[in-house]
Design a protein around this ligand. Sequence first.
Ligand code: ADP
Ligand code: GLC
Length: 489
Amino acid sequence: MKKIPSRILFVSSESRPFASTGGLADVAEALPNELNHLGVKVDRIMPLYRKVREGQGNGSFQLSKTPYTLQLPMGGETIQAEVYSTEWSGTLTYFVNCEEYFDRSELYALPHREYSDNFSRFLFFQKAVVALIDVLGRPYEVLHLNDWQCGLIPLLLEKGILGTGRGGHEKTLFTIHNLAYQGLYPATGLYKTNLPGNFIDQYPSLEYYGQINLLKAGITGSDRVNTVSPTYAREITTPEFGCGLEGVLSSLAVPVTGIVNGVDTEAWNPETDPAIATHYKKSALAGKEDCKKALLKEVGLSYNKELPTFVMISRLVDQKGIILIGKLIEQLMALPLQVVILGSGQEIYHQWLESWNERWPEKFKGVLGYNSDLSHRMEAGADFFLMPSQFEPCGLNQLYSLRYGTVPIVNRTGGLQDTVTDYRLDEKEGNGLCMNTYSPEALLNCVQEAMSLFHHKKQFKQVRQNGMSKDVTWSKTAQAYLELYQDLM
Ligand code: ADP
Ligand code: GLC
C-alpha cells in the first residue's frame, strides 16, 4: 500500500470564505476540507488581506493570533510577519499578516492597474510560508502549491529564506490553475530573494527572456505538476495555449496531468441554498421557474414565460470571451430572450455593460461587482449559462450550472470540454451546448439552438436533468489528489 503523507500544507493566495477573486478560492476551500473529511491531515495558508479581517464574525470564522512572529529578510531589509489562524470546516488555516503588504482594498489589483509591488508582496508571503514551516518544526511531508504566487517556494525550501541552504525536506506538488498569469517581474527584484549568486547563470529555472518568471520557477522546481483538467493539460503543451511555456511543460520528466475540480455540493445545492427564492430538485423543477421570476424582478427585468433567460457570471477579462458577446450584441438583442451578466474586471467591459444597460433596459441587465449571493440566484433563475471562454483550465460555473439545471453553453476547450456534453451529439446524456470554434458565429449558432431547445419542453427538461444527474462532487477529485500525494511519497 502506498504511504499517505502524515501532514500536508495547502498554499494559495486566496481561499473562500476568507478572500476570493475566482475559482482558485473555491478549490482552496473545498479540497483541503474534503481531504480532512477523508482523514488526510491538511492545513491551509494564505495572506491576511483586509477582506479576511472584514469577513470575521456573524457566525463565520474568527481569527486568533498565534505566538509565531517571523522576521523575514527582503534584500537588505527585515520585515516582520505575524501569523494568525482559524479552524474552518475542519481545516486549520494560517494567515500571514503584514499590513504594509496585505492591508489593501483588493487582493492583487485595482480596476486600472496591478499593485506595483506584487513581486515583493508574494515573495514575502512565500518566505513567511517557509519560515513558519521551520518554526512549526517541519511537520509537513507534502506542500501543495498553487499558481505563480507559490512559484518560488520549491527554491526557498532548498536554499532557505536567507539563501544559505536549508535542504528541501518536503515534497512539492504544483497545480496550475491558469497559465495566463505567470508572475513575470524585472530581474532587478532578485536581490530581495536573498538567493546567492548570479541570476541568469545560476537560476535558469526562474529566468524567462531576462525576467523572473515565478510560474516557470514553480513548474520546474516542483516534484510534480498538474492542472485542473485533462484537456487543458494537453492544450498547454502546444503553442496555442502554452503562453510561451509550452516548451518547458513538454519537457518535464513526469508529464503534467489533469484533475477536474469538483463542486462544494453543500454550498451549491438548489434543494437547500439559502440565497435562492424557492428550492427545487431534479425530480421537481417547478421551483426553478419561481427562481427565474425572482431573479428578473431583482435585476429589474419583467418576467415572460416565453422568453429564455441567459446569464453569465465571470471575471470580465479577455479569457472569458465577452468579446464574442460584444460582437453579437445587436443580433442577440434582436432575439426574443433576456440576458443578465454579473462581473467585474477590465474597464472596457464595464463600459460595455453600462452602455447595454442603457440601450436595452427591457432585455439586458449588467451588474458590476462581485456578489456571491446574486451569483447563486442567477444560477437558480437562469435557463442557460453563457461561458464562451477562449480558454478555460477547468471552469466552475458550468459545473454550478449543471447542478442547478441551467444548461451551459460553452466553448469546447479545457475543462469545459471535459465536463459539458453537447446534447446534439449525445441525446441520452447530453447536458449542454458546445461551440465548435471560438467565434461569434459558433456562439450565435448555440444561442439559436438553445432558443429552439427552450421551446421543446420535454427535451429541455431532459437536458436539464442530465446535467443535474452528473457527478460533480469533490470526492473523486480529492481521491485523485490523494493518489498524486501518495505518488510523491
Ligand atoms: P476563474 O477562476 O477563471 O475566474 P471559474 O469558473 O473557475 O473561473 O471560477 C469563477 C468563480 O468565481 C466562481 O465561483 C464564480 O461564481 C465566481 N465569480 C466570478 N465572478 C463573480 C462575481 N462577479 N460575483 C460573484 N461570483 C463571481
Ligand atoms: C482558474 C481558471 C479556472 C479554474 C480555476 C480553479 O482561475 O481560470 O478555469 O476553474 O482556476 O482551478
